[in-house]
Design a protein around this ligand. Structure first.
Ligand code: SAM
Ligand code: SF4
Length: 277
């Protein structure tokens, strides 16, 4: 099983509240204040240029609630992770309602963020205490934001955060070599699940793959056809056995075009990601 390496530079303030490993990712929105080079969720690409960025989207609270109800029995100890785009660009009340939905469902929740909208001036815009953990991603261009946010977190006594330092963004387009043999099970499957615009994906890359391929909604439509949708009462059964239920169209496209399949990419990712636990 693929596990992230914990680097020696791991921030000492990390507690076991910020964790990697199996998780359920909520792609809360598809917009961001930054446009990092080769962003994995295509935030550097213009609006209208691909299916992931056809128009601005943010998850309605009722959709998350219905999804959580339908996965009630699915690994109840798995954490929920909010990612975007950039979740902190959402209205704080909306973020609070989304976290509330997770809490009501008995799930722990953490936030992967570049830090942007957590703070306004010298106060928190979004209450960090909502989250069981926060991972602050320091890309080169937002060092100052991360500095301010981490200082405020320290001052407030909030302990459950970690800083990822990304010195360099990988050229993901170059990695899309189709490193998997066609139809083979990807090692990511079931390691994480992701909810994007009502559809449930068996890893964290595939929600964006139609966008990378820019060939319509092939992956998305295949998953919808197979029942991987937030309001399917049988969702848990489908998620428990992806080998059986994930459709072949999905397998082929993902095997041929995923940037995660490239041999070097796993090494590069593990080389600079600081993990915890
Ligand atoms: C798309 S971001 C969304 C969350 C948030 N905006 C952030 O940057 O933390 C999700 C993760 O993908 C990473 N990522 C995106 N594009 C990348 C690239 N080209 N190379 C390496 N990591 C990348 C980000 O650093 C972050 O950890
Ligand atoms: S901060 Fe995150 S979502 Fe925004 S452009 Fe950078 S990697 Fe992409």
């Amino acid at each position: 099983m693929y596990t992230r390496r914990v680097l020696p530079t791991l921030d000492k303030r990390v507690t076991n509240k910020t964790r990697d490993g199996p998780r359920i990712i909520i792609l809360t929105n598809n917009f961001c204040n930054l446009a990092c080079y080769s962003c994995s969720t295509l935030s550097d690409k213009p609006w209208g240029s691909n299916p992931f960025r056809d128009q601005p989207y943010e998850i309605p609270t009722h959709e998350l609630e219905a999804f959580l109800a339908n996965i009630e029995g699915f690994n109840p100890d798995w954490w929920i992770r909010f990612e975007g785009g950039e979740t902190t660009m959402l209205d704080p009340d909306h973020v609070e309602a989304l976290v509330g939905a997770c809490k009501s469902a008995g799930r722990k929740v953490d936030l992967l963020t570049n830090g942007f909208g957590l703070v306004e001036g010298t106060r928190f815009r979004i209450n960090p205490e909502l989250f069981d953990g926060i991972i602050l991603d320091q890309h080169r261009q937002n060092e100052n934001d991360v500095k301010i946010v981490s200082r405020l977190l320290d001052m407030s006594g909030y302990q459950a955060y970690n800083i990822h330092i990304l010195n360099e963004h990988i050229d993901l387009e170059r990695m899309r070599t189709g490193g998997l043999s066609l139809g083979r099970k990807c090692r990511e499957w079931g390691e994480s699940w992701a909810l994007w615009r009502g559809v449930v994906y068996p890893c964290f890359v595939s929600p964006v793959l139609d966008g990378w391929n820019n060939s319509g909604y092939l992956i998305r439509d295949a998953l919808i056809e197979a029942g991987y949708v937030y309001d399917n009462p049988d969702l848990t059964a489908l998620m428990m056995d992806p080998d059986k239920f994930i459709p072949v169209e999905f397998r082929l496209i993902c095997a041929a075009t995923c940037w995660r399949g490239g041999k070097d990419v796993v090494k590069q990712f593990t080389d600079y990601v600081e993990g915890s636990e």
